[in-house]
Design a protein around this ligand. Sequence first.
Ligand code: SF4
Length: 314
Amino acid sequence: MKATHMKIHAWYQANGRHTLPWRTTHDPYAIYLSEVMLQQTQVKTVLERYYFPFLERFPTLQSLGEAPLDDVLKLWEGLGYYTRARNLHKTATQITQLPEDIDALIKLPGIGKNTAHAIAVFAFKKPVPIMEANVKRILCRIHTLTTPTPKELWEIAYRMVDHTNPFDYNQALMDIGSTVCLPKNPHCHTCPFEAICQGKEEPTRYPTKIKKQTPTRHQQLLLYNHQNTLALTQRTGRFLHGLWGFEACETLPSDTLYLGEVTQSYTHFKLTAQIHLCRESTPTQSHYFSIEEIERLALSKVDAKIVKLFLDKI
Ligand code: SF4
């Protein structure tokens, strides 16, 4: 692997995204935050709207742990997958410094095997691999693997990692995956793995793509409207826990006004919600908010869409 490591290093020096802020900091908390934000979100979105405001408001794990969860969720609004924010906050209430050890990292809320490895190598320069989607694709193609198990992939990744400069090696793999070893048209002629890649003749065969059918959930949502205010509740179940929103209802009252439909895609299902308005002469719900107050609450994307629909129609 030595010759390949040298090629990867040269490629990274010439083409790597060295200026990404989580690559220029030595602060383990900032690196941990970036890893969590990047789990389900594109670099551009994280950079433009979330990473810097979050660090400015919560510059340390301690400041994050001392903040109310509502404030954390509000700053996370629109980023989705709110369990990430709740777990970050929970971790921050438990520790003020991240451990360096992978086994200790994995015990923290929301830190899985890949995130633990990413923190270990990027924050603490441990000679370990990472295993995100781009890296998996590269490994599958190099070794012509169609349906490898996670164990197989981790074993290969550990065999290949550059112990001399694991930080650059892993960052390079992510950049190669997002700019060279592309899902559809990989640029093998510019790839530092070309000499050892067994799958370069038919790269798109590896790995086999398994198409998942996403079910659609249909809901009726009732908006309670009293004197320019809307009733919202703070969710307590697992789904969108802690966020304010509108509750689904089984049976609609007869005198409601149909406002329209909103849809939202989640990891495991698509939500289609029919929105109905109930104008009340006297308030019947616990918490009513003006539009200005709603803007200060942490709302999920679907609830923000419902508020917009209400404002457009009324
Ligand atoms: S040679 Fe081609 S298929 Fe192989 S890792 Fe590089 S870009 Fe991917």
